[in-house]
Design a protein around this ligand. Structure first.
Ligand SMILES: [Zn+2]
Ligand SMILES: [Zn+2]
Length: 277
């Protein structure tokens, strides 16, 4: 595949999420759970041009994905896509100018073909996305580049599994280590919620599905939405690395690579941005 899209993970975790997928004709902002100020600071840090954003996609209504949306929308004219469940899911979203789409919608945005797919989370009708740049000339479509994005899901839905396969860059939730969650500080009801089928993917769950998602086209797997209480980047990366035989590239095991050098595993962070080209 050709790197025709870039992924800027500006914040990832339970205290705020925002990512930009840059395509050939503009960019898409996926979620905005951080303030406008922080969004711009993070974008500036990594050279992400927010002026290129032509659409915003909202995965679901939780505050860590939407807290900054209303201020952002005061400065933004493009479409704001969400399901009706998300659009009506919180008071602070009630007056935003949503363009409603189904959780399995396809969109053509910024020179990208966007495929939505349903996730399993404790909200009404959440979704995530696969982004493709296609060559539509000639007979049929040819995928030139693909990025997958899946967070806030208690398990990998069939639709997610189909959509995430064979992406060049695969962003997948690795929220918690099951042992850290079980022995950690959360109250029992919250532990049950996080670990449940409408909660968050554990490192083990992400690792388990990984062999079905990666192909020879996959160059990067990035662990997303890591819990600061119930996970560590090194544990998430190590868990994913083990199932595909990748080895640490640094002493802290926050990045790993397969022996042939073709596939890298890393982790998005709450406190600093990450760019994947
Ligand atoms: Zn979240
Ligand atoms: Zn959520």
């Amino acid at each position: 595949m050709n790197p025709l899209m870039h992924l800027y993970i500006l914040a990832s975790g339970s205290k705020g999420n925002a990512a930009v997928v840059e395509g050939p004709q503009g960019s898409v902002l996926v979620d905005c759970g951080v303030s406008r100020k922080r969004l711009h600071e993070r974008a500036d840090e990594v050279g992400c041009d927010l002026q290129k954003v032509v659409a915003i996609l909202v995965t679901h209504e939780h505050g860590d994905h939407t807290a900054g949306l209303s201020v952002i929308c005061n400065h933004f004219d493009g479409p704001l896509y969400a399901t009706v469940g998300t659009a009506t899911g919180r008071k602070h979203l009630a007056n935003l100018p949503f363009t409603l789409i189904d959780h399995d919608a396809t969109l053509e945005v910024a020179g990208m073909h966007v495929q939505a797919f349903p996730t399993s989370h404790d909200v009404n009708d959440p979704m995530c996305f696969r982004f493709e740049v296609r060559d539509e000339c000639g007979d049929g479509k040819r995928v030139l580049d693909a990025i997958g994005w899946a967070t806030d899901t208690g398990y990998v839905t069939d639709e997610a599994q189909a959509a995430l396969r064979g992406c060049r860059i695969l962003g997948i939730e690795a929220n918690h280590d099951v042992r850290m969650l079980a022995t950690g500080p959360y109250p029992a009801y919250l532990k049950a919620r996080v670990a449940g089928s409408a909660g968050h993917l554990s490192n083990d769950q992400a690792a388990q599905v990984l062999p079905q998602l990666i192909t020879q086209d996959t160059e990067v797997v990035v662990a997303l939405h890591l819990s600061q209480e119930n996970n560590r980047p090194s544990i998430a990366v190590r868990t994913l690395a083990q199932v595909i035989g990748a080895q640490a590239t640094n002493a802290t095991f926050t990045e790993a690579r397969t022996p042939d050098g073709t596939l890298t595993i890393c982790a998005g962070a709450q406190d600093r941005p990450l760019v994947l080209w």
